[in-house]
Write a protein of this length. Structure first.
Lengths: 655, 229
């Protein structure tokens, strides 16, 4: 893994900040929610306290018992206004709210009531084998044409019992009528326009939907049905009203008309207040939940995005609080106050905090990652500069003077200075090694001269016993070999000197190589030499003597590493900007690890010993001469490892 | 009268070995271990030939200094540098100071004595009247084997003894390629390739100083050198 990637990953570790921030935001949210919950509880408590003992405010009948009697009705608190069409579609699906009455046999009706604003709505589901309508155009009081009849009974604000009947001549709108008795005891049916309704047949009978203003009813209400099998027949009356005088028998356990108004004074946007009877059924409610609580500008795109990540989908976005409403003696519950508040307040606060926090941490992360990446890139660049400098700092000519980064005050500078010092020492050491051969040769030459001149004198003086001559010969041979060693040791120095003083001329390298190859046959009779040269002359700039010397060393090397009778091939190949001089010989291939070192000074891979001294300078001299000609030397194995090919690439003159 | 050979050499064993060899050849030998000793002795009497080591005791270039002094005393005195140092620069410096030859100490005694003899022959020849029989003329080249003197277009080319022998070996058989071994044999010397090349270069340069178009010494790459008329 590169340094860049590592630091990038490190930079990503700062992502823990937004993650932790999100957690913190959630905690803050729950703390806020708890606070809101507490304050909402206090609100509920205080409103409930203000309602303590106000049975008159809660209920239409202040003395109504806490439990419902058989004829008592408790209307639902409707959230929408039902459409008076005889269909129950707009009504809440609340089976428990239905009450049922029957005539002792198969027929009967179910009733459900509801309050919307200042209206009482009634839904009747009547089971009737034969639905009988009034005759069209007949007097509703004509006993001969009477059909099924629905009686509504209620006690009005005047404290008196009132009755209204509803009749229909077909499906659709119902007409409500009151029976009024005139001065002459004559009875007339007077239309009651405040009560409206509609009838629709159903599979078992018919359904009726009614609307009565609550202001007409004080506290008691009931429904009675006169069921007839045909017009004018004797009716079977059953229901909630007394069959004798049609007086109400049960209470309308509904909120007092003032309750909603009372609750409304506590209402604020985003709040819903409701009062429920002890049995849990709602009596009244004031709802402003949907009204937006304006806490400033709406959340931005980022905030909405963040909310997606942070919001727990299971969490409620509203909070509730409930408080019991006690009677005057604070003994029994007469109802319960419920307060519901929408979560806008704390959600907005949380969203603001979250948005800011996430913005800051994300920007921090991005900046940190970018900075780390830039830092890492710079560091990698510096390191690679240092590496390439340390690789190439020590050349044959010695240490390059400008080592990068050494002036940096940081640790990398320390490393660079360390490298610089190390390379300096290495340079001194290699310089010492390089001159060691020459110094050694010089130092050995004097004692060797003593030995040789003494031997020569000994021989010239005579007087040496004949049997001792063999030792004299051996001593001379030994000194000759020593001398050869000295010459070989100084070879590189002399080549360096020759290069230093060499004069560049333009010459045809093809002719020079051809001439040189021609002489190798005599020098090495055990090898065949093949020259593969281009037909046309190639002019290069350089020293022909040195080129020949370079070729000598390559051929010398090829001969040494090839078996007797082998063919050594000398190739010359022209490229647009270079001339390639190659020498190929069959023989053992080069191990991969020695290829890079072949052309170094004082290095050799020879393991065999022969009479000639070897110091690993031959190929080093090849390199020196190649570099003098602006070229390089390289070695490779021939295909199939059949042998070795040395190639020297020489720069070709521009013209 | 025996000729007097002076050897200035700080290494006693070498000095005495050389002295013994020269004495055996019939020369009178004087040996000196330092420049001071030699200078004192040469002030009273100049020898007939001097062999000088370049580095003398604590003077790394003492031999050069001594050579300069001797040349100021005598222009004809044969001087041979003999040194353990074999760098090109030393050779150039030594020969520029007017030494007749510059040799390394790995030269055998026999070769050394051959040179000394040759130098004395030259001294003798220069004293005698000119003998035309020893002179070879080839175009602009005049070779006097007796005086070991070379002229090009009538001008004397100042060659060291080794250089003269190389030119002589080449010019005697023009067109013939002489390889390095043949040249070394002719010059009574053992040299490596680069030193031969240096000699050839120096020879060419000396001729070119007289005639910039000089091109008679040709390299036959891989073989050797030849003289072309």
């Amino acid at each position: 893994m590169s340094l860049r990637l590592k630091l990038l990953l490190l930079g990503l570790a700062t992502l823990v900040l937004p993650w932790e921030g999100t957690r913190y935001a959630r905690e803050m949210e729950s703390a806020l929610r708890e606070g809101e919950q507490d304050s909402l509880g206090a609100v509920a408590q205080s409103i409930a306290s203000s309602l303590q003992g106000r049975t008159d405010l809660l209920y239409r009948d202040a003395d109504a018992p806490a439990t419902l009697g058989p004829f008592d009705l408790q209307p639902l608190v409707l959230t929408t206004q039902p459409f008076l069409d005889g269909y129950p579609d707009e009504w809440p699906q609340d089976k428990a709210a239905w009450r049922y009455y029957d005539n002792g046999s198969k027929e009967g009706f179910g009733i459900v009531t509801g309050v919307f604003e200042r209206m009482l709505f009634v839904l009747l589901d009547v089971r009737d084998e034969k639905v009988v309508f009034d005759a069209v155009g007949s007097n509703p009081l004509d006993s001969a044409t009477l059909g099924d009849r629905i009686w509504l009974g209620f006690r009005g604000p005047d404290g008196l019992e009132h009755q209204v009947f509803l009749s229909a001549t077909g499906a659709g709108a119902l007409t409500a009528r009151r029976i009024e008795t005139g001065e002459l005891h004559q009875q007339t049916a007077v239309v009651e326009p405040r009560i409206n309704g509609a009838l629709q047949p159903s599979p078992n009978g018919y359904r009726v939907e009614l609307r009565i203003p609550l202001s007409m009813i004080n506290d008691r209400f009931g429904v009675l049905i006169d069921d007839r099998d045909k017009q004018g027949a004797l009716a079977t009356s059953y229901g909630m009203l007394s069959t004798e005088d049609l007086h109400t028998q049960g209470n309308l356990v509904a909120a007092s008309p003032n309750l909603t108004g009372y609750l409304a004074q506590f209402l604020q946007p985003g709040l819903r207040l409701s009062v429920a009877a002890p049995n849990g059924r709602a009596l009244a409610q004031a709802d402003a939940l949907a009204q937006a609580t304006d806490l400033g500008p709406g959340p931005g795109i980022l905030a909405r995005l963040y909310r997606r990540f942070v919001d727990d989908p299971r969490a409620h976005r509203t909070i509730d609080a409930a408080a019991p409403i006690y009677d005057r003696k604070h003994e029994a519950s007469i109802g319960e106050l419920r307060v519901t508040q929408i979560g806008n307040r704390w959600l907005t606060l949380r969203d603001r905090a979250l948005t800011r926090m996430l913005n800051i941490t994300l920007i921090t992360t991005i900046v940190a990652v970018i900075l780390m990446f830039v830092f890492a890139a710079r560091l990698a660049l510096r390191l690679s500069r240092l590496r390439s400098a340390s690789e190439s700092a020590l050349t044959r000519e010695g240490l390059i003077t400008t080592f990068p980064e050494t002036s940096s005050p940081d640790e990398l500078g320390d490393v660079a200075r360390g490298f610089s010092t190390l390379l300096g020492r290495l340079n001194e050491y290699t310089g010492y090694l390089r001159t060691l051969a020459g110094k050694l040769a010089h130092e050995i030459r004097t004692p060797l001269t003593i030995v040789r001149s003494s031997l020569e004198n000994l021989e010239s003086e005579g007087g040496v016993a004949e049997s001792a001559h063999v030792y004299l010969d051996r001593a001379r041979q030994g000194s000759e070999r020593l001398n050869a060693i000295l010459v070989a040791m100084g070879a590189a120095t002399r080549v360096e000197e020759a290069i230093a003083s060499a004069e560049r001329t333009r010459f045809d390298i093809v002719a020079v190589v051809a001439s040189a190859v021609g002489s190798y046959g005599n020098a090495f009779p055990q090898r065949h030499f093949v020259a593969d040269l281009p037909p046309e002359p190639i002019e290069i700039e350089g020293a022909p003597d040195l080129i020949v010397q370079m070729l000598d060393k390559l051929v010398d090397n090829a001969v040494d590493f090839s078996p007797a009778g082998a063919t050594v091939t000398v190739r010359l190949h022209a490229e647009p900007h270079a001339v390639l001089v190659g020498v190929e010989n069959p023989g053992p291939p080069l191990a991969p690890w020695i290829r890079g070192r072949l052309f170094e000074s004082l290095w050799q891979s020879r393991t065999d010993r022969d009479s000639r001294p070897h110091f690993g300078l031959g190929l080093y001299i090849v390199r020196l001469i190649a570099e003098f000609h602006g070229g390089t030397a390289s070695a490779a194995n021939l295909p199939g490892d059949a042998g070795v090919s040395f190639v020297v690439r020489l720069a070709r003159s521009a013209s | 009268m025996k000729r007097l050979v002076a050897i200035v050499e700080d290494e006693p064993a070498i000095r005495d070995n050389y002295a013994a060899a020269f004495a055996r050849e019939g020369y009178t030998v004087r040996t000196y271990g330092s420049r001071a000793q030699a200078t004192t002795a040469f002030a009273s009497r100049l020898p007939d030939l001097v062999v000088i080591d370049i580095s003398l005791e604590d003077e790394p270039e003492g031999g050069f200094e001594l050579c300069r002094q001797l040349r100021s005393l005598s222009a004809e005195l044969p001087i041979i540098f003999l040194t353990a140092r074999d760098t090109e620069l030393d050779a150039v410096s030594g020969l520029r100071l007017g030494a007749d030859d510059f040799l390394t100490k790995d030269l055998s005694l026999a070769h050394l004595i051959a040179r000394v003899n040759a130098l004395f022959r030259r001294v003798d020849a220069l004293r005698k009247p000119h003998e035309a029989s020893q002179v070879v003329k080839r175009g602009p080249l005049t070779l006097d084997s007796e005086r070991m003197q070379v002229e090009w277009e009538g001008q004397v080319v100042l060659l060291s003894l080794t250089e003269f022998w190389i030119v002589f070996a080449l010019a005697r058989h023009p067109g013939h390629v002489k390889n390095r071994q043949q040249l070394m044999d002719a010059a009574n010397v053992v040299l490596d390739d680069n030193t031969i090349t240096s000699h050839i270069k120096r020879i060419r340069r000396k001729f070119q100083a007289i005639d910039p178009k000089f091109d008679a010494v040709q390299t036959v790459y891989g073989m050797g050198y030849r003289w072309v008329d």
